[in-house]
Every structure is written in C-alpha cells, then in structure tokens.
Ligand binder design. Structure first.
Ligand code: PLP
Length: 441
C-alpha cells in the first residue's frame, strides 16, 4: 500500500489525537517506523503497542445498515467501544446511543447529542443513575423487574419505559439472558404493577445475546415480542416501540437483516405507527480497529530450553518458541476472557522488514502478554515464523469491539493508544467532512 498520508488532510478535535488520511495498513507501518525513530531517540516506551482505527469502516457499516434495515434506527451500544471519534462520527451520522451508566450518558450528551437520542438500556440501574437521567432529560429506559419499577416511580416518574423480555440466546457468544430479561410469564404482572404505579411503558426490548451467529434467534425473539405487545394491550397500554437489541455480526448481517424483516412482516404486519430501534455494538466497530504489538521477548518453552525442539521427540503441533508481546489479556486482549475471542496474529514486521517471504520457516508458537501473570496468554498455540525476533511486530485484526473499553493497567502497563485514519477509499472525504462538522458543533 503506498504511503498516501501527506498530512494535508490531517485534522484534530482539540484535546484528541489527529485524524489522518490513508489505508489502515499504511498507518500500521507508519507506526512501526515511528517507533523505530522514537527508540533511536531513547524515548521511554518507544515500542508501545498501538491501535489503528479506520473510521471509514464505521461509516460503511452505517451505510450498509441503512441499506438493509432502513426501517430500524440504530442506537449504538456505547459499551462496545466508547472511542471519542467513533461516537462523534456516529453522532454526525444521526444514530442514537444505547448507554448503560451515568458515565456513558454524560460522555454522549457532552458531544451535543439530544437526550431523546439516548436509551438507558440497563434493566438494573442504581437509583442515583435513574435520578440523574431524569435531570439530564434521558427518558427512555429498560426494566425487567418490579423493584426497578418502584425505583423509577420515585426517581423518574415521567420516564418512557421499555420492558426487556428474555429470549433464546443459547447460540450466542455472550449469553446476556443469564442476567437480564423478564420471562414472558412474568410480563403481565410487571405491566400490571407499572400501571398501578402510573408509569408509562412504551414498548418491548430484547437482546438475542452478543455475538449471535444463529440468526434464527431473531425469529423466536420477534414472536415473543409480539406476545409481549399483546400483553401490553391487555394491561391497558398501547406500545409503539420495539427495540431489537444487539448481537449483529458482520459476517451474518445480510442474513440476520432478511430474517428480521421476515419475522417483522409475519408478527407485526401493520407497523406504520411503530418505531423500531436496535442496539448494535460490535457490528459497527469490530473490524474498524487493528492492533500492532511489539515482540518484546522470546524464549524456549520449559523443557525445551536446551534446543529440545530439534530433538526427534519434539511434537510439531506443540509450541517450540514463546513470544512475548506488549499488550495482553489485562489490556486489549481482555476480549479473550470477557468476549470469548480467539485473536490470531499476522506478521507485520519480520527481522526489521515489512516483506515477509512466502518461504519463511513457520513453527508452532505461543504468544504471551507482558504482565507477570501466567494467565496472560494471547495465543496458546499459533503458527509464526521461527525467526521472529525481539523488536519485530505482529498485528491483530478485528480488535474494535470489547477490547480497550475493558482494559486495565495491571502491572503498570499503559493502555494502547489509537492512531486514527479516515481510510484511503471513496468514503474518506465524507467521513472527514462529517467529523469536521461534529468538531465545530
Ligand atoms: N445492548 C445491550 C443491552 C447490551 O448489553 C449489549 C452488549 O452487551 C449490546 C446492546 C451490544 O451488543 P452487540 O455488541 O452484540 O451488538
């Protein structure tokens, strides 16, 4: 990829890093070259791991959403990645925001987002958070239990409530139903209590589970939502909002969208007075971020220190070398623990060169994070060049969802920062225009 970042189109929102122009790969390489310069200048932490965020990917995912699900308004799930430029871009694109806490609500409102574009989609909130959302003008919020109704009646009686129902999430990566969602049998009593407390319930929400690869889950969920709408009618409500939650995956989005539309047609044939929203998170950001990490150390696995890997008994499937990198499961790779991911590296820079010959000798290797904890393993077994050296670089794609947002600084390792680009393709100019506009707003 040619280095096309000539600096002309760079800009930055005050207090935030600059936004560049050019392909994500260009910036991964630029970052590696800059690290070498910093190292030559004796900078501390010169070889620090870094993300490259391609904001044009977020933009293209939005266009794809509008094309395939024009009827459903996305409320981006801030928890997935509250990156300031991602939020600014989505604000400029007109999405709503799904927030789970006071902190997320404040972050979104501080960008000038109207409170009507926020749903407080956490069914179990602290009373002070409910009170604060009333002050901030955030009205839409979910619930799935009676105590929440008492809480809201006291702290935010004018709220627009959405009953979150339990759906089948057994095929999803993260089963949110273990924690949230009212089983349908409990919904009539919940709605009766809401009526008794004079609360305004406006609709139904569900979440099929994060990382939902079984798109049929939406069929079951829409059928249950229909039943909940009917329960609303029986309780004296006239629901107008359906929130189909998150769980959307890049790879299965076309199929999920068509299944969702079919299910809506079957169960909600008349929906001209209905507002349908969704809470996509990873769909928007997963592929937008890549992470470059430096190989900070290497050693032989215990038992192979004497060069045992060359012995006849050595199992070629078992790691013959351990590579240590400068981000790990306490940092961006917390997605291994919390999001059930299995990230796989590729070689960004081998023996100081960006050219990785096809003939390079590969071997089974393990990849470890930098902390002094043995749980900090990024890849128990993967295949990497045998000749990877300290100072070389690996990269990981699909690092935008549920990574940096949950990273800690355990052992004093700083969080990896992001380098931003608006990409090198056709959408780049439009993304820059939108971001500049949001910076001025
Ligand atoms: N909405 C709620 C209430 C969630 O808890 C989550 C994820 O945990 C999301 C939306 C986003 O889900 P996803 O990233 O799978 O789209």
């Amino acid at each position: 990829t040619p280095a096309i970042d000539d600096g002309r189109d760079e800009f930055a929102v005050p207090g935030l890093p600059p936004v560049h122009y050019g392909h994500i790969d260009t910036h991964l390489r630029n970052g590696v070259m800059k690290a070498a310069e910093l190292a030559a200048d004796g900078e501390p932490d010169a070889e620090k791991a870094f993300f490259v965020a391609d904001l044009s990917y977020v933009y293209s995912q939005h266009l794809r959403w509008k094309r395939l699900l024009p009827e459903i308004e996305p409320f981006y799930a801030v928890k997935c990645n509250p990156d300031p430029y991602v939020l600014r871009l989505l604000k400029a694109l007109g999405t709503g925001f799904d927030c789970a806490s006071n902190g997320e609500i404040s972050q979104v409102l501080s960008l000038g987002v109207d409170p009507s574009r926020v749903i407080f989609a956490n069914p179990c909130k602290a009373t002070s958070f409910v009170r604060q959302s009333a002050k901030a003008g955030v009205e839409m919020m979910t619930f799935d239990n009676t105590d929440e109704l008492y809480k809201i009646a006291r702290a935010h009686p004018g709220a627009k409530l959405v009953v979150r129902i339990l759906t089948d999430d057994s095929k999803s990566l993260c089963r949110l139903g273990l924690k949230y969602g009212a089983p349908l049998v409990t919904v009539p009593a919940l709605l009766a209590k809401a009526k008794e407390l004079d609360l305004n319930v406006i609709g139904v929400s569900f979440h099929v589970g994060s990382g939902c690869y079984d798109t049929a889950a939406y069929v079951d969920a829409i059928a249950r939502a229909r039943a909940a709408f009917d329960m609303g009618k029986a309780a004296g409500y006239d629901f107008t909002l359906l929130d189909v939650g998150g769980g959307f995956e890049d790879a299965t989005f076309e199929r999920a969208a068509s299944i969702l539309k079919e299910a809506l047609d079957a169960h909600f044939p008349c929906r001209d007075k209905m507002r349908i929203i969704a809470e996509p998170g990873r769909y928007y950001v997963s592929k937008a971020f890549s992470l470059a990490v430096n190989v900070i150390a290497r050693r032989a696995p215990p038992g192979l220190e004497g060069g045992g890997e060359d012995s006849e008994e050595a199992d070629p499937e078992q790691p013959s070398v351990m590579y240590y990198i400068n981000d790990g499961v306490y940092g961006a790779f917390n997605c291994i623990m919390f999001d059930h991911q299995t990230p796989q590296p590729y070689v960004l820079c081998l023996n100081g060169s960006f050219h990785v010959p096809a003939s390079v000798d590969m071997c089974a290797a393990s990849v470890w994070g930098p902390t002094c904890d043995s749980i900090d393993v990024v890849c128990p077994v993967t295949r990497l060049p045998r000749t990877l050296q300290v100072g070389d670089w690996l990269a990981f794609e699909n690092m935008g969802a549920y990574t940096v947002c949950a990273a800690s600084q355990f052992n004093g390792f700083a969080l990896s920062n992001a380098v931003y680009t608006t990409g090198g393709g056709v959408g780049s100019a439009e993304v820059r225009r939108l971001l500049r506009g949001s910076a001025l707003a």
